[in-house]
Design a protein around this ligand. Structure first.
Ligand code: ATP
Length: 796
C-alpha cells in the first residue's frame, strides 16, 4: 500500500500495532475535525491516519506511531459524545515536521523500514538468540498452566523459535506479543533494531514468567517462593522460612529439585510436598514414601534432552552396518531425518513393525536410536493387562509405582529417547482396565505434551519421545491403536537371505561377543545352510543365531582347555555339527509331507501364523458311525473360520456331484489337521480341504508334492489369501515341487527371490475345478465320469 508522506495525526492511549485491528474511542468535541474528515471521505477513498500512542505527557516526545487504515466508523446513539474508529495497523512511522494543526493536525512522516535481520557478529547473534529461545521455552512450559498467551500466539512463538528468519519484521514480533503491557509495546514500537526488540521481548518473557509465579503465589498461600530465593527460605533467611534446620539428606533433595529444571507450577507443587516432608517425623511411615516420590519427580529429565544427530549419511551407514535388507524401515528413517532437517518442529510418525519373531524388529529400532544419537529404551508390553502398567498407580496405594512410560524416561535420563513398545499385540484387557486405552493417550500427539502418570500426578511432556512399536500380528492390535501408527510389515527371510545375514552380520557379531576372531573359527557356507535346513524352522534368524552361538561355546571350551587360543583354526563342517549340536530337529515336517504322498484323503496345504509360514497336511477319513453328531468331526484345534471352510467344501462337493450326476453313498467324515497341539484358523485352507475330501470320496490319491493355499466360495471360486511369501518359502523348504495359489495372489510373487521361483512350479487358479484338474491324476474328467464306480459321498 502506498503511504503518503503527509498524514493526519491523532494521539491515543490504546496502542495500534502493525498488522492488528484496534477500536479507538475518541471524544467528539476534541476530535470533531477527524470525525468530519472520516465521514466525508469514508467509502470514497482509502483513509490513512497516523496514530501515535501517548507515552509521555510531553507531546513533543511522542514521535513514533503506526499508520492506521480506517476500516469503519461507529457512532453509538446511547453515547453521542464519543465515536469509535476501527483501524488496521499498517506500518510504523516517525513524526516529522508539522504542516498545520487546523482543521486537522497534518504532519510530514517517515515510514520506518521493517527490520530485516539481527545485527552484529555471528557470536553475538547466536547468544542473543540463545537467550531469547531459553526465555521463550521457559515461558511456554510455564504458560501451559494458564497462560496469558492465546494458544495461537503460543503456537506462533514455537514456530518462530525454530525459524529465526521469521523475525525479519518487527510487525511479526508485535503481532505475537499482543499481551505486552502498554509500556512494553510502546518500547518495542520505538526500538531501533531487531536486536533491541529481541532484548526487550526476552526481558519481558523473563519478567512475565516471574510475575505469573508471584500471581499464583498470592492465590495459594504458604507456598515457597521461586527457585532463586529457595535456599534462603528453607534455611531460615527468607520470608517463608522453615523453622527446623534442614538435614543433609533433605538438603540434597532440595538441590536436586532446584537443578531439575522442572516448570514453575510443578516446582511449586513439589516444594509444597517438600515442605510437608520437612515437617514430617522420619519415623512416620509416610516419610520414606513421600521422600521417594519427591526424589523421583526431581530426578525426571524435565529439561534434559539428548542432542539429536540429523545426518543422512551417518544414519545410512549405521543402519547398513547393523542390518541386512529391511529397506522399507531404513528408507522411512532416512525420510524422517530429511523432514526433520527441513522442519525441526515436525513430529515423526509412530512406526509399528509387524513381522514374525527374529526378523530384526527390535534390533533395527535400536539401530535407529544409534543412527539418531538418541537414548534407547525398550518396554515389553507382552502380558500387560492393567491400565496402571502404563499409567502407574496412585501414590495412595501401597507399593505404588509410576507406569512403564515414565519409568523408561526416568531411566533414560533424557526427555527425548526412543522408546520401543515391544509386543504391542500381546497386551490384553484385564479386570483392572485396558492397557491399550492408556497407550492411546501416550501415542496421541494432542495429549502427550502433558501426559499425567497416576503416580507422578503432574503433567510431563513426552511429546519429544519417539515411539516405535513391534508386533507379530496386526490382527491383535486394537483398531484405535493401529490407527495412530504407521505400519511396516517385515517378512520372513529366504534361505539365501539367512545365509547372508549369518555370514555378514551374525557370525562377526557372535565372534566379537566371545572375544574370538575369524582366524580361529571358520563356519563354512554348507554348514550354515545345513543349520538353516536341519536345525531351524523359523522365518527370522534367532534360532540360527542361537545355534551359531552354541558352536562358539563348544569351541570356547576347547580353546580354554587346550590353551591354544591363537594357534588352531576350527573349521566347522556339517559332519562336525552332529557332535556340537543335538540331533537334527526338523525332519518331522518333511516326514509328514513325504508320508502324505500317495495316501487317499490327504492333501498338502500351506499355512501362515505369526511365527511364519508352514506346510500343513490335511487328512480326511471315513467314519462308520450311525450317530448324527459324527456326520462331520473336525480335530486339530481348528477355529471357527476353519470349521466353516470344511462346511463350504462339503457343500461345494455336493453341488459338484449333483451337477455331474454321479451317485452318492452316505457316510460321515473326520477331518484332521496334524500337529494337533497348535491352534489353527483362517479361511485359506478351503482349497486343501476340498482336495482332501475329493481324494477321500473318489478314493484317488492326489499327485505328490503339491502344496496349495486359497479360500473358496460356495460356487467354487478361489479367493486370495495372506502370507503368500512365507507360505511359499516354507513349501520350498519342505521340498514341495508344485504350488497352487489364487490368481489374485500372483502379485505377491515379486517378493519371492528368483531362484526360489525357478525351483518351484507355481500355478495360479481362479476356480476349484482348475485345482482338481491339476491335483487329480487323470484330471477333472475322471471326477466327472458318472460311471466312475468307486465314488462315494457324504450326505449332508
Ligand atoms: N536383517 C537382519 N540383519 C542382521 N541381523 C538381523 C536381521 N534380522 C534379524 N537379525 C538379528 O536377529 C536377532 C533377533 O532379532 P530381533 O530380536 O530384533 O527380532 P524381533 O523381530 O524383534 O523378534 P521378536 O518378535 O521375537 O521380538 C538379532 O540379533 C538381530 O540382530
Amino acid at each position: 500500500m502506498d503511504i503518503p508522506k503527509e498524514l493526519p495525526i491523532i494521539y491515543t492511549t490504546p496502542i495500534l500495532i502493525p498488522g492488528f485491528i484496534l477500536k479507538i474511542r475518541l471524544p467528539v468535541d476534541k476530535y470533531a475535525n477527524i470525525l468530519n474528515y472520516v465521514q466525508t471521505n469514508h467509502g470514497s477513498k482509502t483513509i490513512l491516519i497516523g496514530v501515535i500512542p501517548i507515552s509521555d505527557f510531553d507531546k513533543a516526545k511522542n514521535i513514533i506511531g503506526t499508520v492506521g487504515l480506517v476500516k469503519s466508523i461507529i457512532k453509538i446513539d446511547s453515547v453521542p459524545e464519543d465515536f469509535v474508529l476501527i483501524m488496521q495497523g499498517i506500518r510504523r512511522f516517525k513524526l516529522d515536521m508539522k504542516i498545520h494543526e487546523v482543521p486537522l493536525q497534518i504532519n510530514k512522516v517517515t515510514i520506518i523500514e521493517n527490520f530485516q535481520s539481527l545485527q552484529g557478529d555471528k557470536k553475538e547473534i547466536q547468544e542473543l538468540f540463545a537467550e531469547f529461545s531459553k526465555a521463550v521455552n521457559e515461558f511456554l512450559t510455564y504458560s501451559r498452566q494458564g497462560s496469558i498467551l492465546t494458544p495461537l500466539a503460543k503456537n506462533s512463538l514455537k514456530v518462530a523459535l525454530n525459524n529465526p528468519s521469521l523475525y525479519k519484521t518487527v510487525d511479526y514480533i508485535l503481532k505475537m506479543f499482543v499481551h505486552l503491557t502498554p509500556s512494553d509495546t510502546y518500547t518495542i514500537l520505538r526500538a531501533t533494531s531487531l536486536n533491541d526488540v529481541m532484548k526487550i521481548v526476552t526481558n519481558w518473557l523473563k519478567r512475565e514468567t516471574i510475575n505469573e509465579n508471584k500471581y499464583s503465589k498470592s492465590e495459594k498461600t504458604g507456598l515457597i517462593p521461586i527457585i532463586s530465593t529457595l535456599p534462603n527460605a528453607i534455611n531460615g533467611n527468607g520470608s517463608n522460612s522453615l523453622k527446623e534446620p534442614i538435614s543433609q539428606e533433605l538438603n540434597q533433595i532440595q538441590i536436586t529439585i532446584k537443578d531439575s529444571g522442572m516448570p514453575m507450577p510443578i516446582h511449586k507443587v513439589i516444594m509444597e510436598e517438600f515442605k510437608g516432608l520437612h515437617k514430617m517425623s522420619t519415623s512416620n511411615p509416610d516419610y520414606s514414601v513421600l521422600k521417594h516420590y519427591i526424589s523421583y519427580v526431581a530426578n525426571l529429565p524435565w529439561n534434559k534432552r539428548t542432542k539429536e544427530t540429523l545426518d543422512l549419511e551417518k544414519a545410512k551407514n549405521v543402519l547398513k552396518s547393523n542390518h541386512y535388507g529391511m529397506e522399507k524401515v531404513k528408507n522411512k528413517i532416512l525420510q524422517f531425518i530429511a523432514v526433520k532437517i527441513l522442519n525441526p518442529d515436525r513430529r515423526g510418525p509412530i512406526l509399528c513393525f509387524i513381522g514374525p519373531p527374529g526378523v530384526g524388529k527390535t534390533s533395527i529400532a535400536k539401530a535407529i536410536a544409534s543412527s539418531l544419537n538418541r537414548t534407547f529404551k525398550r518396554i515389553s508390553l507382552g502380558g500387560m493387562s492393567h491400565y496402571s502398567d502404563i499409567k502407574g498407580h496412585r501414590r495412595t496405594y501401597v507399593g505404588a509405582m509410576p507406569g512403564c512410560i515414565i519409568q523408561a524416561i526416568h531411566q533414560a535420563k533424557t526427555n527425548n529417547p526412543i522408546i520401543l513398545l515391544d509386543e504391542i499385540d500381546k497386551m490384553y484387557k484385564g479386570a483392572s482396565g485396558d492397557p491399550a486405552a492408556a497407550l492411546l493417550e501416550v501415542l496421541d500427539p494432542e495429549q502427550n505434551s502433558a501426559f499425567v502418570d497416576s503416580y507422578i500426578n503432574l503433567p510431563f511432556d513426552i511429546s519429544q519421545v519417539m515411539f516405535i512399536s513391534t508386533a507379530n500380528s496386526a490382527d491383535k492390535i486394537p483398531l484405535t491403536l493401529r490407527d495412530r501408527m504407521e505400519i511396516i510389515y517385515l517378512e520372513g527371510y529366504t534361505q539365501e537371505e539367512k545365509m547372508q545375514i549369518a555370514e555378514i552380520y551374525l557370525i562377526p557379531k557372535i565372534l566379537k561377543d566371545h572375544n574370538m576372531n575369524e582366524l580361529q573359527i571358520t563356519i563354512c557356507k554348507d554348514t550354515i545352510k545345513y543349520i538353516i535346513q536341519k536345525y531351524t524352522n523359523e522365518s527370522g534368524v534367532r534360532e540360527l543365531q542361537r545355534k551359531l552361538e552354541v558352536i562358539c561355546h563348544y569351541i570356547a571350551v576347547d580353546i580354554v582347555e587346550n590353551g591354544d587360543k591363537k594357534l588352531k583354526n576350527y573349521v566347522i563342517t556339517p559332519e562336525l555339527l552332529l557332535n556340537i549340536l543335538d540331533s537334527e530337529l526338523y525332519n518331522v515336517k518333511n516326514t509328514l509331507v513325504e508320508e502324505s504322498c500317495n495316501r487317499i484323503g490327504v492333501a498338502i496345504g500351506m499355512a501362515w501364523s505369526p511365527v511364519g509360514g508352514m506346510v500343513q497336511v490335511i487328512e480326511a477319513t471315513k467314519l462308520y458311525s450311525s450317530n448324527e453328531k459324527d456326520r462331520l468331526v473336525l480335530t486339530g484345534l481348528a477355529g471357527q473360520t476353519l470349521k466353516e471352510s470344511v462346511l463350504i467344501a462339503q457343500h461345494w462337493i455336493q453341488s459338484f456331484v449333483k451337477k455331474n450326476e454321479v451317485s452318492i453313498q452316505d457316510f460321515c467324515v473326520h477331518v484332521h489337521l496334524p500337529t494337533g497341539g497348535i491352534k489353527k484358523d483362517g479361511p485359506s485352507a478351503g482349497m486343501t480341504i476340498v482336495c482332501a475330501l475329493i481324494s477321500l470320496f473318489w478314493k484317488i490319491p492326489l499327485r505328490p508334492m503339491i502344496a496349495m493355499t486359497g479360500e473358496i466360495s460356495l460356487n467354487g471360486h478361489v479367493l486370495p489369501v495372506g502370507g503368500v511369501k512365507e507360505k511359499i518359502l516354507a513349501a520350498h523348504n519342505s521340498n514341495i515341487k508344485t504350488v497352487i495359489i489364487p490368481e489374485l495372489n500372483m502379485k505377491d510373487l515379486k517378493k519371492i527371490p528368483n531362484n526360489i521361483r525357478e525351483d518351484l512350479n507355481i500355478i495360479s487358479v481362479k476356480h476349484l475345478e482348475e485345482v482338481l484338474d491339476i491335483v487329480i491324476p487323470g484330471g477333472l474328467a475322471i471326477l466327472k465320469n458318472p460311471s466312475f464306480a468307486r465314488m462315494e459321498i457324504c450326505k449332508l
